[in-house]
Write a protein that binds this ligand. Structure first.
Ligand code: SAH
Length: 492
């Protein structure tokens, strides 16, 4: 097989980036925009020894799971990979992906999996979006998302995963830039001012809640599947007026220290109901990292507030916060169930962010200690404890791989339960080794990457732990990512 060959393929699986996988002549081909079950005519674009990449020419037989994507830029945009797959099938795929990783990487022949916790409505769930600003061929400014694998910006101001108010905000920012001749940042030259517009909204601004209210909450929340009726009807939400409660944060990321005529921008944005925080983020580095370290307040507060499971959280622009609040509540509920607290336990929450899981656990534990690398997040965590009158949670700034071993070696700390929620790359080995030394009765592992989860679970099992349960949880509907909670225990 060589470049430009035209091949007919049956798509059998997705790779980790959501490309369809098919086989021909003993070789593997990856094809964007196909879904499992499609039979497609494809053109080979690039060929390596055993695998290659092909472009979809036409679908010959549609997968029974194929649906029309509601978003007009579903294919070019890098945000969604599975929008053309029926939601029910997306969930089955994600469960299977987790099972495969636990088997292949983790070496668990029959992993103890619970059914995936799916969403009722897989749209309008994201509370955060970061829009790069660009110019089209005619010189007109636009905002959107990067295309998959490249930094070409796809025009999309109303992402169907996000809040409707995003579009209003972007229009105001783009107008402001046009009016005062403010240039968008150009990655190639490092020139230009405005890099990204980051928008965060509290849960009330998101679709599901609006929808449920309008419909008297008539639709049941399916535990392990999806309510077809709600899925078909989600578009009706477009006619529902925007809610005016809830809070909005806008952070304009600039390659400079000052935004021209910013008071006029503030005036326009401040008129949006719910606007609570308008800030600049200074990022003058030639880097792919979206946010710089410095925040300048333009208007309102430097944070917004959100409530999950009855606990109030304040969130700063630089702090991590789960993007899907409704599912987060279910995720943390599962973590709490697995932690199985009676009120006597000492709990460590590593990679704690703004203390979300820590404060959930603190209500049922004797003491909770959180560790997190971002200082702003720890500042939020401490404030959040106060805000909720929680006095048995303490927070430490630092790397989990440094703080935990140090606390163990110097202070001989004890833990009944350790919760970890690391970024995609998983836990550093020194964190795992220290956990094995501390030997808590239970380890609850929250993970957004089932491959590194499987690797780390295998390591902990080799150290004497047993994998009890794994529960995949939908956090990123229409993308190929899936969140998980796993419970391990040590039998004395
Ligand atoms: N448990 C939190 C945050 C999870 S995201 C929640 O559910 O909201 C992972 C967090 O780990 C981020 O806040 C990130 O800043 C932090 N982090 C990344 N590397 C770290 C490290 N080496 N040590 C401690 N925290 C780290």
């Amino acid at each position: 097989m060589k470049k430009d060959d035209i091949v007919i393929l049956k798509i059998e699986d997705f790779n980790t980036e959501g490309l369809g996988i098919g086989h021909s002549e003993g070789l593997t081909l990856f094809v964007k925009d196909t879904i499992i079950g499609d039979v497609a005519e494809v053109k080979v674009m690039k060929m390596k020894k055993t695998y290659g990449y092909a472009r979809l020419l036409c679908i010959l037989t549609s997968s029974p799971d194929r649906v029309e994507a509601p978003c007009p830029v579903a294919r070019p945009c890098g945000g969604c990979q599975l929008q053309e797959m029926r939601y029910e099938a997306q969930l089955r795929f994600k469960e299977q992906k987790v099972r495969n990783n636990l088997q292949r990487i983790g070496g668990f022949p029959d992993p103890p999996m619970e059914p995936i916790i799916g969403m009722k409505t897989p749209f309008r769930y994201r509370n955060k979006a970061q829009f790069p600003i660009s110019r089209d061929k005619n010189g007109k400014l636009f905002a959107g998302f990067y295309a998959g694998r490249t930094h070409t910006v796809i025009d999309c101001r109303d992402c169907l995963l996000g809040a409707k108010v995003n579009q209003t905000i972007l229009d105001i920012v783009l107008n402001h830039m046009e009016k005062y001749h403010i240039q968008p940042y150009d990655e190639a030259t490092g020139k230009g001012l405005v890099r990204h517009v980051m928008i965060r909204v509290s849960s009330e601004m998101l679709y599901e809640e609006n929808y449920a209210e309008e419909n008297g909450n008539a639709l049941s929340i399916a535990h392990d599947g999806v309510n077809e009726e709600s899925f078909c009807n989600w578009q009706r939400a477009e006619t529902i007026p925007e809610k005016t409660s809830g809070q909005i944060m806008v952070c304009v990321v600039i390659n400079g220290t000052f935004l021209p005529e910013s008071e006029r921008l503030v005036q326009a944005l401040g008129a949006i109901p719910g606007m609570a925080s308008i800030t600049l983020n200074i990022n003058r580095e030639r880097t792919n990292v979206i946010m710089g370290r410095q925040i300048k307040l333009l208007w309102g507060q430097e944070f917004i507030e959100d409530t999950i499971g009855g606990i109030r959280f304040r969130i700063s622009p630089l702090s991590f916060y789960q993007v899907n609040p409704r599912q987060t509540e279910k995720l943390y509920g599962k973590a709490l169930e697995y932690a199985d607290l009676t009120g006597k336990e000492t709990v460590w929450d590593l990679y704690c962010g703004i203390g979300t899981i820590s404060l959930f656990l603190a209500q049922k534990a004797r003491a909770v200690y959180g560790v997190e690398i971002v200082p702003d997040a720890i500042r939020d965590a401490r404030q959040n404890a106060q805000l909720n009158h929680i006095t048995n949670a303490e927070f430490f700034v630092g790397k989990a791989e440094e703080v935990l071993p140090e606390k163990y070696e110097k202070e001989g700390i004890h833990a009944d339960v350790i919760v970890v929620d690391p970024p995609r790359k998983g836990c550093e080995q020194s964190v795992l080794d220290t956990m094995l030394k501390i030997r808590p009765e239970r380890i609850v592992y929250v993970s957004c990457d089932s491959a590194t989860l499987a690797r780390d679970l295998k390591y902990l099992c080799a150290g004497g732990y047993e994998l009890r349960k794994v529960c995949p949880t939908e956090m990123f509907a229409n993308s190929c990512h899936v969140e998980n909670v796993a419970l391990m225990s040590y039998e004395r």
